[in-house]
Design a protein around this ligand. Structure first.
Ligand code: ADP
Ligand code: MG
Ligand code: ZN
Length: 542
């Protein structure tokens, strides 16, 4: 019996690698051997594939079947090799013409009954298949629109092994029938384009309550959440706008009920849609995590991820047993990671955020396998000034001592607060503000237009670089290529003399100053922008 070969894709993090599946059938005791570092799930595949083939009324070869997956060095996890393995057995047994599986990659799980079941990670698998030169990929029908996003790749959406085999047999004879074919890159039916992705498991889907302490503010009657819902708090509103324009990390400190959660949740309404490259990156991560909303093959909005403070380290930075899953930090890639009630998160979790904040990615290493997940997010922290959450000021019932307050906020300081460019303090909203005319509060659309214009200025300046927003620019490049106007550094130099800022702090201030210049339509920051940026870095009241 000739050796048959089919192909599939192994995912390591969000990167797909081509895998060859070879099947050899020899005389001998009926067995099915899998070689090439299969994990437990893959061993279970043995029973699934056998049942699926038998229940699809195909003949199971009663001989010694050896399946090899190569390269052997690549760890192969999950159930998506089922389709490729089943087809390789049937090609080797002579039940399917060899030519039928050529130029085709398979990615999908089989049920015991022979149905093809949806799997995670179809988008990055399709991206890898196209890059490896496959003209076509066969995937579960339910995942086909996701694969069809990839330009130039044809996609066969299959519902059952029977349908797949019927189509392959016809295909060997030059006919394409029995499965739905989508043309990648738009001419197929990519379905509705999605809004933000959720991050269940790690926390909440955007717009859903994260906890009793983080209720979603009432939206304006008949409308989605909008910045116009937030009354007063002018300094915080300004900080949120700067944060959206430049991608700067933001911390919000203030008594409960001042609008911190409310403002954070309205940040996504200020950002433009993701460009296609970013949308593919973001969607690949959510595809691997299994957090793509049904019927949404491509996420077009910047994600907003708000994990609860009880979340584990694995839920935040990724990990898990078996298949390594991205965490909230990666699900927030190119969007916002919102830690509400930030000091309540465990030290472990807060420390773990250091790596993605430094490098823009999470690296999970385990048993010879290194998975990388992009994790370039804008961090939003909200905190009450003290553990009792009664707030400050003379009229409130807070009994916390200054020492308790200091210790409470110190939980944030080392790892995170050092990296925050914008620090705002909230005062309680006054009755007058709450009673004021809502029509004076600027709506999201107006602020989003300013943010979009500022982002365009920055993008034009950063045209030939890998960076998109000011917060992305590394310190060395910032000093070399984007110095502020002469004299603009004077206020900064004074603070440096007073020992208020570190070298890293100076870079943060220059980045924010650039964003302020972009928002103001200036060619470069002047002393006005740098001193305002310094104030934001040191922390401002409203
Ligand atoms: N600035 C504000 N403008 C309008 N409503 C507010 C404001 N601040 C608080 N509220 C009201 O109080 C509720 C709680 O606000 P929230 O944002 O959760 O406060 P915080 O996170 O600061 O504790 C909101 O749902 C909203 O109804
Ligand atoms: Mg809150
Ligand atoms: Zn207190």
């Amino acid at each position: 019996m000739p050796v048959a070969r089919t192909h599939s894709i192994a995912l390591v993090g969000v990167e797909g690698h081509r895998v060859a599946i070879e099947c050899d059938i020899e005389n001998g005791l009926p067995t099915l051997l899998l070689v090439g570092l299969p994990d437990t799930a893959l061993r279970e595949a043995r029973d699934r594939i056998r049942a699926a083939i038998v229940n699809s009324r195909e003949e199971w070869p009663q001989r010694r079947i050896t399946i090899g997956l190569s390269p052997a060095s690549l760890p192969k996890r999950g159930s998506a090799f089922d389709l490729g393995i089943a087809v390789s057995i049937l090609v080797s047994a002579g039940a399917v013409p060899k030519a039928a599986a050529e130029g085709l990659a398979f990615f999908g799980e089989l049920g015991l009954d022979g149905q093809v079941r949806p799997v995670r990670g179809v988008l990055p698998a399709a991206v890898a298949a196209a890059a490896a030169g496959f003209a076509m990929i066969a995937v579960p029908q339910a995942n086909a629109p996701e694969a069809a996003i990839v330009p130039g790749l044809r996609v066969a959406g299959v519902t059952s092994l029977t349908a797949l085999l019927g189509w392959l047999r016809g295909r060997g004879l030059g006919k394409d029938a029995g499965v739905r074919i989508l043309e990648g890159g738009g001419s197929g039916e990519p379905g509705p384009l999605g809004a933000g992705g959720g991050c269940p498991g790690a926390g909440t889907v955007r717009g859903e309550p994260a906890s009793t302490a983080a209720r979603v503010a009432e939206p304006a009657p008949g409308g989605p959440p909008d910045l116009a819902d937030v009354l007063g708090q002018p300094a915080a509103r300004r900080a949120v706008e700067i944060c959206a324009a430049g991608g700067h990390h933001l911390s919000m400190l203030g008594p409960p009920g001042a609008g911190k959660t409310m403002l954070a949740e309205r940040l996504p309404t200020l950002l433009p849609a993701l460009d296609l490259a970013a949308a593919l990156e973001v969607t690949s991560i959510h595809s691997v995590a299994g957090t793509l909303p049904p019927g949404v093959p491509l996420l077009r909005d910047a994600p907003f991820c708000a994990p609860h403070h009880t979340a584990t380290k694995a839920a935040i930075v990724g990990g898990g047993s078996g298949v390594i899953r991205p965490g909230a930090a990666s699900l927030a890639h190119r969007g916002f990671l919102f830690l509400d009630e930030a000091p309540e998160f465990t030290r472990d979790v807060l420390d773990a955020l250091r790596q993605p904040l430094e490098s823009g990615e999470v690296v999970v290493a385990r048993s010879g396998l290194t998975a990388r997940f992009p994790a370039r997010f804008t961090l939003i922290l909200a905190a009450n000034p003290c553990p009792c959450a009664q707030g400050a000021g003379p009229a409130v019932a807070c009994v916390c001592s200054p020492g308790m307050r200091r210790r409470y906020l110190a939980r944030l300081s080392g790892p995170l607060l050092d990296r925050v460019d914008l620090k705002v303090e909230f005062l309680p909203v006054s009755r007058a503000e709450l009673l004021s005319d809502r029509s004076f509060a600027e709506p999201s659309a107006v602020v989003a237009a300013r943010v979009a214009a500022a982002r365009e200025r920055a993008a034009a300046r950063l045209r030939d670089t890998p960076w998109r927003v000011n917060a992305d620019i590394p310190g060395s490049e910032l000093r070399r290529r984007f110095p502020p106007a002469a004299g603009a550094l004077a206020p900064r130099a004074r603070a440096l003399d007073l020992g208020q800022i570190s070298a890293r702090g100076m870079d943060r201030i220059i980045r924010v100053a650039w964003t302020l210049a972009d928002l103001a339509g200036l060619a470069r920051p002047t002393a006005e922008q740098t001193s305002f940026a310094l104030g934001l870095w040191l922390g401002v009241g409203r």
